[in-house]
Design a protein around this ligand. Sequence first.
Ligand code: SF4
Ligand code: SF4
Length: 175
Amino acid sequence: MSSRDQRHRQARALAEAAAAYQAAAVIPHCAVCTKPCCRLDPLVLELDWVQLKGLWQIDEPRRAFDRRLCAGRGPEEIRAADGLYFAHGKVCPAYDEVGHSCRVYGQDLKPSGCSDFPVYEDGGAIIADLRCEAVDLEALVAWMVRALGPGYRIVQTPDEAFPFLVTLEVRRVAR
Ligand code: SF4
Ligand code: SF4
């Protein structure tokens, strides 16, 4: 197998491990979470126009909405940049505060960042966002090692600017 194939295979194994960790350790905690990420504080939600329009139930054309936003008459929690929209500081309209659940779960309207948070594969490593109280770094590392099989170790590197973001890289154990 070429090294490129090996990298792809490893990335796929990591993505599957991240999804399985989320399903086993994170999602069951969401119902009792004390700081739900869907309140968008401190998290920022990235959306495209279709998602923003659907979630915020905007019934005007995009150009009109952008003009309104630019003039300071749009939803105060929305900012626009580089063709995308960013929501922060107010509960996501799709969040059910009573049921502690997402009303667009499993639908296209749900932004991909919601599914990625707090543990996801990126560029052959796993990124863990410790702002989620359900993430246990030690347990996650053990989970990754189990998923990859023997012969690997995990190196943890917190982001310099945002130390709650930790990159978990896979290294082969020297023989
Ligand atoms: S912060 Fe973590 S545990 Fe809390 S609601 Fe979000 S994903 Fe679930
Ligand atoms: S779309 Fe759903 S998962 Fe994403 S922030 Fe809103 S309620 Fe939470």
